[in-house]
Design a protein around this ligand. Structure first.
Ligand code: PBG
Length: 327
């Protein structure tokens, strides 16, 4: 059968019909809010390249997390911005470092009401801005970095993180973090592996958010955008090493990768709608070129439709509120 017997438009005629046949829905609990906390701030400070996103003070972070929980988001992912950075990123492993202090604050405030996650990477803490420790020749030393990640993971677990997110793209990072957590008695702390992370132009605004001093780029450890088989290989390795959730990042330019990963593994798949994806929509909307709210929900829904069940997005709170009024 075909036209005129078949008319797909019949099911699009009214909002009620469209709602009934809607194939993809996003629940607020599937959204995770990434948040920045900066050492020494007394007031939150706006991030110029990410309109609406703040570097929080410890105090404003606690309040914002409570708001996020009230909006129904599934989790928060914390990033720390230290006052002082050094070549080894010592603020990341220090129990009194800003990220670990903020984790304690947040867990004390909301307990298990949401999933408290932490970025497990050195780039926010290193003076050179790389995700790992540098060898004398200036390259990123994979195996030396793993030891630092192990220590950082235990510090974050001790501070109360329920899920740690190794994001540095070092080989073997998930296995090393799993072993270190288990050896320290944190068998129940989960790992959200940034399994597939591309060397993307869309991280630009994030580097402002964490005041990154990176010179050069991350192409010797993050993936090359044209590759997808390599992504599946990274995912298989991370699952074998003990990843509880695997993530693809960025999201929108890599929806084919999200779908392929979803088909390849049984663990939950997450995707990170990163800073540049956010700012691109905010910037165009501020110029009056697109409808901000519709673009926001359309992009989030697309990521869900591609197969990501957990979505990290700077719009998590706003989207959660909108979605709750819908269904
Ligand atoms: C690494 C990390 C980065 C992001 C999340 N974790 C930066 C990078 O790899 O360059 C980017 C997130 C975003 O752009 O929103 N710590």
């Amino acid at each position: 059968m075909s036209y005129p017997d078949v008319r797909p438009r019949r099911l699009r005629r009214t909002p009620a019909l469209r709602r009934m046949v809607e194939e993809t829905r996003v629940a607020p609990s599937e959204l995770v809010l990434p948040m920045f906390v900066k050492e020494g701030l007394t007031e939150p400070r706006p991030i110029a390249s990410m309109p609406g996103v703040m570097q929080h003070s410890r105090d404003s972070l606690r309040k914002a997390v409570v708001e996020a929980v009230q909006a129904g988001v599934g989790g928060v992912m914390l990033f720390g911005v230290p006052l002082a950075k050094d070549p080894t990123g010592s603020g990341g492993t220090d129990p009194h470092g800003i990220l670990n202090v903020a984790l304690r604050d947040v867990v004390a405030e909301v307990g298990d009401a949401t999933v408290v996650m932490s970025d497990l990477c050195l780039d926010e803490f290193t003076s050179h801005g790389h995700c790992g420790l540098l060898a004398p020749d200036g390259t990123v030393d994979n195996d030396a970095t793993l030891a630092a990640y192990a220590e950082m993971a235990v510090a974050q677990a001790a501070a109360g993180a329920g899920m740690v997110g190794p994001s540095g793209m070092m080989d073997g990072q998930v296995g090393v973090v799993r072993k270190a957590l288990d050896a320290a008695g944190y068998q129940d702390v989960a790992i959200l592996a940034y399994a597939v992370k591309y060397a993307s132009a869309f991280y630009g605004p994030f580097r402002d958010a964490v005041e990154s001093s990176l010179q050069g780029d991350r192409r010797t450890y993050q993936q090359d955008p044209p590759n997808i088989r390599e992504a599946l290989r990274e995912v298989a390795l991370d699952v074998a090493e003990g990843a509880d959730v695997v993530m693809v990042k960025p999201a929108l330019p890599y929806l084919d990768v999200v779908a392929a990963v979803r088909a390849a593994v049984d663990v939950p798949v997450a995707a990170y709608q990163i800073s540049g994806e956010y700012s691109m929509v905010e910037g165009a909307a501020a110029s009056g070129w697109i409808d901000r709210e519709r673009a926001m929900l359309e992009t989030i829904t697309s990521i869900r439709r591609a197969g990501a069940q957990i979505i990290l997005t700077y719009w998590a709170v706003e989207a959660a509120r909108l979605l709750r009024t819908r269904y």
